[in-house]
Structures are given as structure tokens and as C-alpha cells.
Design a protein around this ligand. Sequence first.
Ligand SMILES: [Zn+2]
Length: 292
Amino acid sequence: MNILDELKEKKILLSDGAWGTILQAKGLNPGECPELWNITHRNDVLSIAESYINAGSDIIGTNSFGGSVFKLSQYGLGDRVHEINKAASAISREAAGSKKHVAGSVGPSGKMLIMGDVTEEELYNAFSEQAKALEEGGADIIIVETMSAIDEASLAVRAARENTSCTVIITMTFSEATNGEYRTMMGVSPEEMVGSMIEAGAHIIGSNCGNGIRDMLGIVKAIRAVDNKIPVMIQANAGIPELIDGATVFRESPEMMASFIPELISAGTAIIGGCCGTTPNHIREIGRVLGR
Ligand SMILES: [Zn+2]
């Protein structure tokens, strides 16, 4: 069933948790290309996808966050965009079967239009290439995530809408300013995101990363203050990362995250999952609150 039809039935859908932090736990070294693991460590990546399906996720992502030509080129893999992204969504589709959703992950390019690093056309073409390969591998959704800049996010959303038949989700990353308002690194507010992303063609909008689940509540309220129709997706970190003995630690427990779910839903959230530091245990616990 199309995810938008499921949401129309007022279902609350469960997404997945972190991939990057789990790949690191499985031995991905700093300086290694995470997306190349779709080829070299296929079974490790598949086991992450399966762990989220087993935890009850209705939607799982793909190991393709840094799969644009710009990111892969940093590892000398710029000519393998198609192969690596197609493999990423094929792995997740294998775990998801035909009934669950696969959301092909598209992260920031690392290039800034405002700095003249790249042209709009180059960015659009890069996102198109990635989105098409993700759809070919089996994704039925493209999720553009962790975005900070409106112009880049708009190009990524448009590229996915115009070159695939996937449902398109955009989630941006905010943090709380001293005045209590939320802004991305590039100064975008949740309210500004809503209008621009709907115009670019997004079906679902929201926020991921940057925050623990407490701050996500304020972001959902800010979105709902300007639009009460578009489905909202939230994927919070397991708290703000802390550096302890040289290791990054996320402290929010599955129970702590789950305790915020009722409020997030009554504020208007339709899809809930986790970002950095969250595990299948976090997803299972959130699922419990959702009555799974
Ligand atoms: Zn994150």
C-alpha cells in the first residue's frame, strides 16, 4: 500500500533508528566510506536492516546517506554512484519484503550553493542520479535528510519528485537558539521549511538529528502552526552526543524516548523513528507505546 494512503487512514507509522552509529559498532573505521559497505560488507548492512524490521519498523532507510557523487568522490568512488545506491536499496528491500517501506536515504552534498562550490544544475543532476538508482534498487520512498539549506533541500526534493515515482520525504536538522526558537545551521526556521518544501514537491516533511526527542516537540508545534495537513515525520537522536573517554555516547534510553511519543503524536506527528545513537531497542520501545 502507498504510504500516503496508509497515513490517510490516520495510521501512525514507525520508522527505523540509526545506521551510521551501528556500522561503526560493527567495525566501520573512521575515514572508511560507509556506503561502500553495501558492496564489501553486504551481510553486515543487511543485518542492520533486518534488525529494524524485526523491531517492528514499517519503514526502513538505506545505507546511502553519503551516496551522492560529491560525497563518494571524496573516497575515489565518484564513478560508482549507481552501483552503490542501487545495492543500498536492494539490501533494505530484501529485509523489508514487499509489505514494508524502503526509504532511500539522501544526505547533504557537502557543497554550498551560497559559497559557489557548485551550480544548481550540478546539484540537481547529482541528486537525480542518486534518487533514480535508489528507486531502481527497490526504494518506494526517497528521504532527503539532515538538510540545513533551503536551496539544496529544494533541489534534492525536486530531483526526487521529477525523476522517480517515489513518495518524497524531507527532514531538516534544527537546534534551539538562545531565544527558544529553532533554526538550522543555515538559519532556516521550521516555518520557512514548510512553505518551501511543499512548493518543491515534498509529500511529507519533518525533522531528524541534532536534537533529542524533547526538542522535537517544539519543532512539530512550529510546523503545525503554519500547516495542519502535511504529514510530519520525526527522527530524534538518542539525546545530544557526549564525548566520554574519547567515545561519542548517546544517553537517552529507549524508555525515555518512548515517554515522549504520546505528546509528539498529539502535536501532529505521523511517522516516528530515531536518528544517531538510537538502536532497534529504541524502536521496539516506541512501537510498544504505539500498541505494536
Ligand atoms: Zn542523526
